[in-house]
Design a protein around this ligand. Structure first.
Ligand SMILES: Nc1ncnc2c1ncn2[C@@H]1O[C@H](COP(=O)(O)OP(=O)(O)OP(=O)(O)O)[C@@H](O)[C@H]1O
Ligand SMILES: [Mg+2]
Length: 501
């Protein structure tokens, strides 16, 4: 083995995040690290990268014992990490970010020309092209990730860790990234990739290590396993296919007609019309960046459309504030959990009622009903199996998938006629995905309307009673559950026109 982790243990308070974990990584190998939310995947990666200090255990590289006390130590040993939340300087250029910490110098000064050359050379070598003079603030998510990868390559890493790199990418970007990862391995880099998407594991990895509740529970060569076995190893049970209870839709809860919105002269929403009834899950299928984000913002009061009608439960909501719209009966699972869903420093009780704290249930005369709210929070955490240490813990300390589960719990369980669920299972493990899907179904079966926006076509297909396909800020097609098929929907998602195929 090229890299070996031996008996790694790491605790946070009462939580044993890594419990005596051992595994190895071969040279040029792609190893997928999988497991449920809170299983300890990010923790062990951060130990390798010098961000977490283990309580005990040893790490060997080429047979030699390593001392990793900091990120600089890790980089020195050739270990690099592309973290899920990118660590770039927004106002610096691409080149400045990539060479940061190890700048090329000329006569003692930063050599800008050489830095740009370096970026071009690396780009040519690895097929990762990007304009070195762009400012990071003008880069898309996919480009930012490419910058992080180039940075790791510039630091000469032999081992590269990717923590859920595909969670934030659109399908084309995912395909490109997986190709890049395979390419890096062919050139002798050793890769650890964390992902909840088992198809990606099958497509890209050579071997997989499965963690459960901080423990190593098994490893498999990809050539000798399948998705079914892996999901069994991960959650300790099989995931049965969904059965959908028939339901007649009721009254309109959301009615959107001819919605238009322009940003800096560019049309984003081009006369979009959709509706959602009581007792119905309506899915929006589409490649991210086709107006989904702006549509959600227009529905929730974060953005004012230029024209068009938006009615919620029969009431016109144009000009209403975010809170007024919420109070009219619109709950919202936001696509970016850290930007809109929670505050990293707020504790779990605060996070459980955030956005609803002014309601009589949670406060009276400006004072929070502490006892009730604590019970309420406990119930949510328990029902959705959120893994946490204690109630006073900040939301930011929860693992990525667990904070997502808490936000989803708060919004689904809130008594509202309408729910916007944007990427509701982003970053959650397959067991929790199934659980969240069941709860969305319950909400529908109670007679509420759900608008589901997801870049996972399989999620939209399996849950929706009706599907709209969005492309270029317009609805390009509409299907009932019975009519929808992956090929037809996929064709329209890529900009194909009905009657053209
Ligand atoms: N800085 C921290 N402080 C307190 N607890 C932590 C901290 N980091 C991780 N934990 C806890 O350690 C456990 C493992 O977390 P980790 O982030 O490694 O999970 P994960 O496998 O990456 O999960 P996910 O798939 O949800 O990202 C969780 O219970 C988490 O709450
Ligand atoms: Mg994680």
């Amino acid at each position: 083995m090229f890299l070996e982790l031996k008996n790694i243990t790491k605790t946070f308070g009462k939580t044993v995040a890594n419990d005596n974990i051992s595994f190895g990584l071969n040279k040029g190998e792609i190893l997928a690290l999988i497991g449920e939310n809170g299983a300890g995947k990010s923790t062990i990666s951060k130990i390798l990268y010098g961000l977490n200090k283990p309580d005990s255990g040893e790490i060997f590289l080429d047979g030699k014992k390593l001392k990793i006390h900091s990120v600089l130590d890790a980089i020195d040993h050739g270990i690099g990490m592309v973290q899920q939340h990118f660590m770039l300087f927004e106002s610096y250029t691409v080149a400045e970010n990539i060479v940061y910490g190890k700048e090329p110098k000329k006569n003692g000064f930063f050599d800008r020309k050489r830095a740009a050359e370096i970026v071009r050379e690396l780009g040519d070598e690895y097929g990762l092209h990007i304009d070195p003079d762009l400012k990071v603030e003008d880069c898309s998510v996919g480009m930012r990730q490419r910058i992080e990868i180039l940075k790791v390559l510039y630091q000469n890493a032999d081992i590269i860790i990717f923590d859920e790199p595909t969670a934030v990418l659109v399908p084309q970007e995912i395909e490109e990234l997986l190709k890049t990862i395979k390419d890096l391995a062919k050139r002798g880099k050793s890769i650890i990739i964390i992902t909840h998407k088992l198809q990606e594991v099958m497509d890209v990895a050579d071997r997989t290590v499965v963690l459960r509740q901080g423990k190593f529970v098994g490893e498999r060569l990809i050539s000798e396993t399948d998705i079914k076995e892996l999901s069994y190893l991960m959650v300790g049970r099989g995931i049965p296919p969904r059965e959908v209870e028939k339901k007649e839709p009721g009254k309109l809860v959301l009615d959107v007609e001819d919605l238009r919105y322009k940003h800096e002269g560019v049309s984003i929403l081009n006369g979009l019309s959709i509706n959602v009834h009581e007792g119905e899950i309506v899915g929006i299928a589409g490649v991210s960046g086709n107006g989904q984000t702006e549509l959600i913002q227009c529905l929730t009061g974060l953005l004012k459309p230029d024209s068009g009608k938006v009615e919620l439960c029969g009431e016109d909501i144009s000009g209403k504030s975010v809170r007024e719209i919420r109070d009219l009966g619109c709950a919202h699972i936001p696509e970016d959990r850290y930007e809109f869903g929670c505050a990293r420093k707020a504790d779990l009780e605060e996070t459980s009622i955030m956005g609803y704290e002014h309601l009589p249930e949670f406060s009276s005369k400006g004072l929070l009903n502490e006892k009730h709210n604590q019970e309420f929070a406990l119930n949510l955490l328990d029902k959705y199996s959120v893994k946490y240490d204690h109630m006073g813990e900040p939301a930011g300390a929860l693992s990525g998938g667990n904070i997502q589960k808490l936000i989803v719990a708060r919004e689904i369980e809130h008594n509202s006629k309408f729910l916007i669920a944007a990427e509701p299972t982003r970053g959650v493990d397959i067991g929790a995905q199934e659980f969240i899907h069941d709860r969305l179904m319950d909400k529908r079966n109670r007679g509420d309307g759900v608008l589901l926006i997801s870049s996972e076509l399989s999620e939209v297909m399996s849950l929706s009673d009706r599907i709209y396909v969005i492309y270029d800020g317009q609805i390009r097609g509409e299907f009932t559950r019975a009519e929808a098929d992956t090929n037809k929907v996929g064709f329209l998602m890529m900009g194909g026109q009905n009657g053209q195929d």
